[in-house]
Ligand binder design. Structure first.
Ligand code: NI
Length: 264
């Protein structure tokens, strides 16, 4: 059993072979997927998929790339979808100073509204953080002090210092295909020291396909390559890693658990 804890299944990339893609995921041992939010204005497409497939969960969010489209978005705009039984998280949301598609102050404002939604609903946050460690730690730290919330740093690719900060507020760190890349020694070193009970694996499909399929369109079946690499890094068996990360998924995204208080 493996959970792809972050993918974008509503993207056009999967239009032509959606069922085949799901079948390959099943054959690779994937038992659940979390289809991250990207653009709250298009959440209907995510909900439609999650209503059709019991093993696909979803989240309400605005990606930092799209923050400029939502200058006046409010926590309420996310909260109103949280009563849906398949909406198990808020996000993905965050800061991206690498692409910088939206002005920084607006990225921060839109992030804060999503944190507020997490604080009010108790749902975990899916955080995107790229070349924005300092502002991200400041915003998360400040909001956490007001009212704690939980979440994951998805596709973790930050510094050791940021990893330690995120762990200190109870966050989980998610490994993507990036941990399989040749140049990613720093990220592998950090994952070697992350407590096992805070690890998740993801694809971020259709992006970031892991070695040995790097450069292809990514899909949930490929999460096994990232899991294999993470098992090596942690010096445990693949099965053990799969079990640990799947248990972590259901602990963090507790609404997704069939034993949880929001049973599907
Ligand atoms: Ni993503």
């Amino acid at each position: 059993m493996l959970v792809d804890t972050h993918c974008h299944l509503d993207f056009n990339d999967f239009e032509d072979d959606f069922e085949e893609m799901l079948q390959r995921a099943r054959e690779s041992g994937v038992t659940a997927m979390l289809n991250a939010g990207n653009n709250i204005g298009e959440i209907d497409k995510q909900l439609e998929i999650s209503e059709k497939y019991p093993f696909i969960y979803t989240a309400a969010g605005v990606h930092p790339h799209n923050a400029a489209e939502y200058p006046n978005v409010k926590a309420e705009d996310f909260i109103k979808y949280c009563g849906h039984k398949k909406v198990v998280a808020i996000g993905e949301c965050g800061l991206d100073y690498y692409y910088d598609y939206s002005p920084k102050d607006l990225q921060i404002r839109v992030l804060r509204e999503q944190i507020k939604a997490a604080q009010e609903t108790g749902l975990p946050l899916i955080i995107h953080n790229r070349e924005s460690d300092e502002d991200m730690a400041a915003v998360l730290g400040e909001e956490y002090a007001k009212k704690p919330f939980s979440g994951v740093i998805h596709c973790f690719s930050s510094s050791r210092e940021f990893a330690e900060f995120a762990l200190s507020i109870g966050f989980y760190l998610s490994a993507s295909g990036m941990i399989t890349f040749n140049k990613s020694n720093d990220i592998r070193d950090i994952f070697a020291d992350v407590p096992p009970d805070r690890l998740l694996v993801e694809t971020d499909a259709p992006y970031l396909a892991p070695v040995p399929v790097r450069g292809k369109r990514n899909e949930s079946s490929f999460v096994k390559y990232t899991a294999e690499k993470l098992a090596q890094i942690k010096d445990i068996s693949f099965d053990e890693l799969a079990e640990i990360t799947s248990n972590n998924f259901y602990r963090l995204f507790r609404k997704a658990s069939d034993k949880g208080r929001y049973a599907f």
